[in-house]
Design a protein around this ligand. Sequence first.
Ligand SMILES: [Zn+2]
Length: 573
Amino acid sequence: MKRFRQIAGLVFSLGLVAGGFAALAQQSARVAPADIIVVHGKIFTADEGSPWAQSVAIYKGKIAAVGRDDEVSRLRGIGTKMIDAGGRLVLPGFTDCHIHFIGGGFGLRRLNLEGAANIADIQNRLRKYAAEHAGEEWILGRGWNYAMFAPETLPQKKYLDEIVPDRPVFLRAYDGHTSWANSKALALAGITKSTPNPPNGEIVRDPQTGEPTGALKEAASAVVNKIVPKPDHVEQLNAMRAGIKWAAQNGITRVHSAGGDFEELDVLRELRDEGQLWVRFHVAYLLEPPELRPQDISAIESARKKSHDEWIDVDSVKFLLDGVVESHTAAMLEPYTDDPSKRGSLFWDVEKYRAAVADLDKRGLQIYTHAIGDAAVRTALDAYEYAAQRNHTRDRRHRIEHLETIAQSDIARFGKLGVIASMQPLHSYPDADTLDVWARNVGPERAGRAWAWRSIAEEGGQYAFGSDWPVVTLNPWEGIQTAVTRQTSDGKPADGFVRAQRLTVSQAVQGYTLNAAFAGRLERTEGSVEPGKVADLIVLDRNIFEVSSNTIGQTKVLLTIAGGKIVYEAENR
Ligand SMILES: [Zn+2]
């Protein structure tokens, strides 16, 4: 650590330490004692000027001083709570730049099939859940994956009927694109052999009998979903509380909500008023095609007026411009390699999208565009460039979400246009889904630029990281591991999946801290451990800068402080 810095603006270089102490001692009569002081830490501050420190003092929810133990301890008073970090790694609280929070919260309280090994494992989990939730009218859950049902890769209603024949069961795939219903749920929804497929959806049928199998693709899920009882206010509050607790346990102190939470702003405000909001929310409004309407603008502007503080702010609008590579719905500049009859298409008319972007840009709003195919990425970059020219605006920090593929010539445009690459490292986890389906679909040439965060940064662009929870876990340590290794936990592929895109640990941490704050237009108050910034800190059980990189994902958070308050403490700390 090079310097001791205090909020009053005192900056002592090493050579001036003695003089600095004298100045501080003279001043101490006027300096209020800290509320909390963390000592004996290995603090990675994410502040380029002085990246390492031992101790940090907190006063009224803000960081008051950062430096060496002996320096910072001078702010100790009678009421100061001392926290001994015991030489552990301390980081700024993490930001998750892409999340669907209430959906994740509901998932925590419902049947969770993540990581289930096979059909028997799913049945055991269902049996247990059904017994523990005997009063629930519907059994809802999520998290199954297609590989469990190999070779046909789609589930069957009979596996659910064997365990729960008398109550409806409705379970989403991990990616939200397919659902699995039992016979009772299909009957309640009126789905029979003769029910036609809805637009953009498929009721999967047995090829011999024509009977619905229980698998519902894309828009067909809505046929069942619309008769599922809507969660009441108490259930919403409980889901949000469960999500907040889970986020704090994983070291997340700020989220950028990319859809689904705008409708929950009242729930967030209620939790804040009760002192139970421990995660800061930056909430985007999800704008549906075909165009920006006056009622969208009034919804956004009125929420923006109501919510613009450190804990809840509404300042951004999310567009969905295309689909996903796996189902050939991501919009590509050239046809898919495995099926040249397809290249995906945009969900928006390009002119209407561009007009909406320009209008929102003029209002000072920040734009998130989901763009996974290289054609969608280019369309978004073009629209952002057009808006800045037309409105003479600068530094809006519009964002592209996901950008799993990119044309070579568009890489440098992120830096040039100041567009943020908001990416989710765990989506690049090189398992069979990524290597055998994703990479096959785009072919080797385009797969060579898969999740190109490092190339974007080297060309002057800025990346920021998140999870897309509940599509994958919100645990950021698995994301860091994947960004650093581009390998599975057991080291495959040996060379890494597009190894040129590997980041160092500190670059990956920046993606969740200072870069993430920048992506949220909040870098003046968040994202690093610096005097004057919010006191959001986490203490880890291991030093991720030193452990073997393929064990970073096993990191546990021991302590989370948000706004100067301890919001999570591991039992074994
Ligand atoms: Zn998302």
